[in-house]
Design a protein around this ligand. Structure first.
Ligand code: AP5
Length: 209
């Protein structure tokens, strides 16, 4: 299965991806995680991306496209992959299409997790990430156990101001890619409001359609 998870910031893409990839035996590729790792390592790409990310802006297409196309060409993607956070613009979607066509493979599904903007700021501001296990918590909706709290990280772009900007970018630049996948008949939309378990059940049903 080759698929894309798409949705506004805080919709639950990372939360659902962690549950799905184990079951589907495919590789999870999060463009945001890859960029944050590059920033942490201080690579040239990380230095180029850092300012954009902190401000909640999109990192330029040429940086992200090269990073993802290189990643999906690796052997662990031969059985399939789940792209999370890419593509986010029409040029990114077109570059992915061209690369897959060249490799002689096709996308099976694009899964859109839909959540109203009004709920997303609270989801982002309350998010905490565990750098050791990669687990995503929420102070209110999925509280972390006391013993992991001291090591949890609050992302720099999880402020109300940055989330609001990320939402604007989502509507302006990312939502327009959806009709491309609708036209191919591979887009499925699920309601992302409810408990993570409820959303997982909807996602599973949508992937089976
Ligand atoms: P990225 O890391 O991709 O962030 P995002 O798309 O904004 O998505 P998030 O990670 O914020 O949210 P999510 O949907 O994964 O939600 P989560 O599961 O964590 O990108 C960050 C930045 O990198 C971008 O702004 C940009 O600068 C750059 N970038 C990345 N890709 C790029 C690209 N392709 N092009 C250009 N720039 C790029 O859940 C959120 C919270 O809600 C958690 O606390 C979770 O516990 C909680 N939660 C989850 N599900 C539920 C539920 N059902 N009910 C209640 N709470 C829930």
């Amino acid at each position: 299965m080759r698929m894309i998870l798409v949705g506004p910031p805080g919709a639950g893409k990372g939360t659902q991806a962690a549950r799905l990839v184990e079951r589907l035996h495919i590789t999870h590729i999060s463009s945001g995680d890859m960029l944050r790792a590059a920033v942490k390592e201080g690579t040239a790409m990380g230095q180029a991306a850092d300012g954009y990310m902190k401000a909640g802006q999109l990192v330029p297409d040429d940086v992200v496209i090269g990073m993802i196309l290189e990643r999906i060409a690796k052997p662990d993607c031969a059985n399939g992959f789940m792209l999370d956070g890419f593509p986010r613009t029409i040029p990114q979607a077109e570059a992915l299409d061209a690369a897959l066509a060249k490799a002689g493979v096709t996308l099976d599904r694009v899964l859109m997790i839909e959540v109203p903007d009004a709920l997303l700021v609270e989801r982002g501001v309350g998010r905490r990430n565990d750098p050791e296990t990669g687990k995503i918590y929420h102070l209110k909706f999925d509280p972390p156990p006391a013993e992991v709290v001291p090591r949890l990280v609050h992302r720099k772009d999880d402020t109300e101001e940055a989330i609001t900007k990320r939402l604007t970018y989502y509507h302006e630049w990312t939502a327009p890619i959806l009709p491309l996948y609708q036209a191919k008949g591979i887009l499925r939309t699920v309601d992302g409001v409810g408990t993570p378990d409820e959303v997982t059940a909807r996602v599973t049903a949508a992937l089976a359609q």
